[in-house]
Design a protein around this ligand. Structure first.
Ligand code: PDD
Length: 280
């Protein structure tokens, strides 16, 4: 693979970052994942806008302009011949050469890294035909989940808890209500109404969420943005998640309870189709 590090395109084995980088020492960094379908970036603009917001919230400098960012994304997709896959982008605060809780001076250069992941068959994935089994776990993450930071240890542990329980993923619960999935936004459908948690600092403002809700509205589907419990979701007709890496992913089982007939629901399948059609 050819990767991008601080201005250079390099073979992945030649890429180097300081061991004092605050991304490495303190998870002081933010990221974006943009999908690629038919060799085209999906919703680059949305990801660029959210990256800028994450950087601003953490008082971190922009490593380059949006135009340069787009150019880097396109060049990596071309160099690595990605037809279906992902572009991962990470910006960290860099370092001034030592470990310190205090931020380094404002003129310290942020570290920017991008790489591609080739995922042939991403749109036509067998996992999406089967649907995902999820478990619920407590949400013990920090209080600014709207900032897309690289602190992914708990989501990663959540995914492992799911695997150990024979499931695929986990939804997290705080104060009795579902926040989101380990790496996706969460929805259920009951009597034709799509329910999802409203935006706040408690969840990531998904780029796919925004697109899917717009498409659902255009298709005259009913949407309620409100808090919901895992019990409500278990009694739903269907459920699904959204993310740049899995688009619209059906959920067919929650905490061992099958939803509907245990296969992906019609509204979920329709939304996945619409999303992929409009994105390709
Ligand atoms: N995850 N919620 C969380 C906690 C996420 O990590 C993600 C994305 C989403 C969905 O956001 P979007 O639709 O913008 O991808 C919601 C990415 C894909 C990841 O960590 O790989």
């Amino acid at each position: 693979r050819t990767v991008y590090v601080n201005g250079d395109y390099l073979p992945e084995g030649d890429a180097k970052i300081s061991i004092f980088d605050r991304g490495f020492l303190m998870a002081d960094g933010v990221y974006e994942v943009t999908s690629v379908l038919g060799g085209k970036l999906i919703d680059f603009e949305g990801h660029a806008v959210r990256l800028k917001r994450s950087l601003d919230e953490l008082e971190m400098a922009e490593p380059c302009s949006k135009e340069e960012l787009l150019e880097i994304h396109r060049k990596l997709v071309a160099l690595n011949e990605i037809e279906e896959g992902l572009v991962y982008l990470q910006v960290t605060r860099g370092s001034d050469g030592d470990r310190d809780f205090v931020f380094p001076s404002a003129d310290t250069k942020p570290t920017i890294v991008l790489f591609t992941q080739n995922k042939p068959g991403l749109a036509d994935s067998p996992a999406a035909k089967k649907g995902a089994k999820i478990i619920s776990i407590e949400d013990i993450r920090w209080g600014r989940r709207d900032i897309k930071t690289v602190q992914l240890l708990y989501p990663s542990m959540g995914k492992m808890m799911a695997k150990k329980a024979g499931a695929d993923d986990a939804w997290m619960i705080e104060d009795g209500h579902v926040t989101e999935g380990t790496s996706n936004n969460a929805y259920f459908v009951k009597n034709g109404v799509i329910v999802t948690r409203p935006l706040s600092n408690d969840i990531l403002h998904g780029i796919t969420r925004k697109a899917v809700l717009r498409m659902a509205e255009e298709a005259q589907m009913k949407i309620e943005e409100r808090l919901f419990t895992i019990e409500e979701a278990k009694e739903a007709d269907e459920a699904f998640t959204t993310s740049a890496s899995a688009f619209v992913m059906p959920v067919v089982e929650i905490d061992g309870v099958a939803l509907g007939d245990g296969t992906p629901g019609p509204i979920t399948k329709r939304l996945r189709e619409i999303y992929l059609e409009e994105s390709m």
